[in-house]
Ligand binder design. Structure first.
Ligand code: SAM
Length: 257
């Protein structure tokens, strides 16, 4: 399935080596997804699979894994990482708003804030309808994204915060990534800019991308409107019930409203 170029075909998601290098620190969700695959698998579908970061861990279980990813470069890297798993792993380059695989899965998930790339209600609902199409009566569908932070949303748009620090995979030089956010409360879209610097070269690379800020009440409404029923809502990867102090919103949904 070849994906048509869209606003989601972001330059930031073309450099798969850089993505893996700069996200070295994102490990707190690995055990969680392995456990989900063990409990709710064995046939697992990940939406917006990236470079296979989570697929690698799902495949530590007995699961079969299908990842759908829009970026060609990311799909290629994911395929090469998952090659050792042979027929148990497959990466499909495609758009999660329009996938039709003609099969159902036991666990479908979209992790690490990827849902935020769905910029409008229409995009979110199109994706959720595709999810429904791949569900059977006991399929679990899980979404993981962060709870919006009022401090970030009200920060002046030129105020930089440090987002990530990582070693350049080629040169070993330390790269610092700073971030600015320009949030529009009307559209709930935030324009993000990442600035890459080394000690010798400030802002040698900049990436712009737009994501939607999803508040918990919006998620409740969209999941319901798509004909899915929320069976659990957790606030962290330890499955604590979602509450006012939660930093994550993790939805477990099933067919039915
Ligand atoms: C934050 S990354 C997460 C990747 C991976 N799930 C992980 O946990 O590392 C978001 C991913 O969503 C992909 N993406 C965004 N919009 C998409 C769409 N409409 N269809 C498929 N993939 C999409 C991006 O290309 C990117 O790989």
């Amino acid at each position: 399935m070849a994906a048509a170029p869209t606003e989601f075909d972001l330059p930031i998601y073309q450099d798969a080596v850089r993505y893996d290098a700069e996200h070295w620190w994102k490990t707190d969700d690995l055990i969680f997804w392995r456990e989900m695959a063990e409990e709710f698998g064995p046939r697992v579908l990940e939406l917006a699979a990236g470079t296979g970061r989570l697929g690698l861990h799902v495949l530590q279980t007995q699961a079969t894994y299908t990842g759908v990813e829009i970026s060609e470069g990311f799909s290629r890297r994911a395929r090469s990482k998952l090659e050792p798993f042979g027929g148990r792993a497959r990466i499909i380059q495609g758009d999660i708003r329009q996938i039709h695989l003609a099969e159902t899965f036991d666990l479908i998930f979209i992790g690490f804030n990827s849902f935020m790339h769905l910029l409008t209600d229409e995009d979110a609902l199109a994706t959720l309808r595709c999810v429904r199409e791949h569900c059977h009566s006991t399929t679990r569908f899980i979404i993981d994204l962060f709870v919006p932070d009022a401090l970030v949303l009200t920060r002046p748009e030129d105020h930089r915060i440090q987002a990530m620090v990582y070693p350049d995979p080629e040169t070993g030089a330390t790269i610092t990534v700073e971030e600015t956010n320009d949030y529009d409360p009307e559209t709930e879209l935030t324009k993000v800019r990442w600035y890459y610097s080394t000690t010798g070269e400030r802002d040698f690379l900049e990436y712009d991308f737009t994501v939607r800020i999803y508040h918990p009440d919006t998620m409740d409404r969209l999941i319901h409107d798509a004909g899915l029923r929320i069976v659990e809502k957790w606030g962290d990867y330890q499955r604590t019930r979602f509450g006012p102090d939660s930093t994550l919103q993790i939805y477990v949904a099933q067919l039915g409203s």
